[in-house]
Every structure is written in C-alpha cells, then in structure tokens.
Design a protein around this ligand. Structure first.
Ligand SMILES: N[C@@H](CCC(=O)N[C@@H](CS)C(=O)NCC(=O)O)C(=O)O
Length: 221
C-alpha cells in the first residue's frame, strides 16, 4: 500500500459482502490504486439483517462502509473519490474539467438509471431467481430491459471514441459501471442488449480482462 503524507499507511477496511455491486466498486478502486485492503463481512441480506452496531458506521444499513486511519465513510462514490485522492497510483478521474464532468455524469447515470433495472430487474429476475427455483417476474423483466435500453444508448453516446467510458484512460466511471454490467450480461437478454452497442461491448471485453476484475471474480460472460 502506498500512503501519502495525509494518509498514513493503515490497511483500509471495507465492510460488506464480496458479491455486492457497491462493495465491488470500492474494492476495484482500491485494487486499481494498488492499495491492500481488508473485507470485513457484513450482510444486509442475512435473515437477521445488519448487526445493530453496524448502523453506527452506516445509518441506512447499506453496504459498503469504509474506514481508513480512523476516518469513516459511506457511499461508494464518495469512498472511491477518497481512495483516488488519498493514495498514490494512477489518477482515476480525468484532468480536464469537461472530461471529469463526463466521468461524474456516467457515475450518476449508473447509480440513478442502471443499477436497479440491470441488476435487480434483469439479473435477479432472469438468473438468480431461476437458480433458486423461483419463477421470473416477466413483466418486471420486460420493464427493466426497456429501462436498460435507454441507459445503454445514453452511455454509448456519451463514451464517444472511448476506449474507456470517459476517454482514453481508465476512470472511476468504468469501475462504477463494470460491476453492474457484470451482472446484467449474465442474462441472455442483457448480453444481447450489450452486443447491440459495439463500443460498449468492446469496453466490457477489455474491462472484464483486467486483473482487478478477475481478482474479484467479476463474470466476463
Ligand atoms: N448509495 C449507496 C448504495 C449501496 C447499496 O445499495 N448497497 C446494496 C448492496 S449492493 C445494499 O446494501 N443493499 C441492502 C438493502 O437494500 O437493504 C452507495 O453508493 O454505497
């Protein structure tokens, strides 16, 4: 791990589960920065819910929560930006004002319009529920696919020449969207939707081959 003067060398802790989209965003960011970290298990989907004491770290009971050198933080976007600024390693936001705005815009799109339909509406309905012997809600799936279509079209238009979402270099935007696409494309309908946007499909092929994604077991399809 490489701390700056402001960030003494303590191993950051990430609280959550390894399969959570938002935990993955933070862990991918840490790995891409070359920062060793500890994953502390907290499962909001366990029958008993999150341990009551966890609410001191995250009043909303979501994952991830984060701690580094006594500094506590929640919300994946804020944690990723902290990690980017607090540690050495490649800068994960572009330097130019407009390119940085684009990266932040894509992160916001992922949170606001991609996560729910792609992960819960498509992956959970088409992949996870059948794997658990439950029927898919086809109406929910169809509605989610329609929302995902809008999302993919917007992202494809915004990424322009790529090859990354916010320009020529890897950024937090790529690390934010990738865990969502990893789930989405495991549904056949998701894979087909992604393939309809060659720039995004190539982006995903490149992203899923990165050591950071492989280390966390993000599915390449
Ligand atoms: N806005 C939060 C979202 C975190 C989030 O929704 N995490 C999910 C897991 S991927 C969670 O904790 N879900 C538990 C629940 O909904 O009760 C962030 O950026 O960290």
């Amino acid at each position: 791990m490489s701390g700056t003067d402001d960030a003494p060398a303590e191993r950051p802790r990430v609280f959550g589960t390894a399969d959570s989209v938002y935990v993955r965003i933070v862990r991918l960011t840490l790995i891409e920065k070359g920062v060793d970290h500890e994953l502390v298990p907290v499962d909001p989907f366990a029958p008993e819910g999150v341990p009551p004491a966890y609410r001191a770290r995250h009043p909303f009971g979501r994952i991830p929560a984060f701690e580094h050198d006594g500094f506590r933080l929640f919300e994946a976007g804020a944690i990723a930006r902290y990690v980017d600024e607090a540690f050495k390693g490649p800068a994960l936001l572009p330097e130019g004002v407009k390119a940085r705005a684009r990266a932040n815009q894509i992160i916001s799109i992922a949170d606001s319009y991609a996560y729910r339909p792609m992960v819960w509406g498509v992956y959970v309905e088409r992949v996870e529920k059948p794997a658990q012997g439950e029927p898919s809600d086809e109406a929910r799936l169809a509605a989610a696919l329609a929302e995902a279509d809008v999302c993919l079209a917007a992202l494809a238009a915004l990424m322009e020449g790529g090859p990354f979402l916010a320009g020529p270099r890897l950024s937090l935007a790529d690390l934010h969207l990738a865990p969502m696409i990893s789930y989405f494309q495991q549904a056949p309908e998701g894979a087909a939707r992604l393939a309809a946007h060659p720039g995004l499909a190539q982006w995903w092929a490149r992203m899923s081959a990165r050591p950071s994604l492989r280390q966390l077991g993000l599915c390449a399809g």
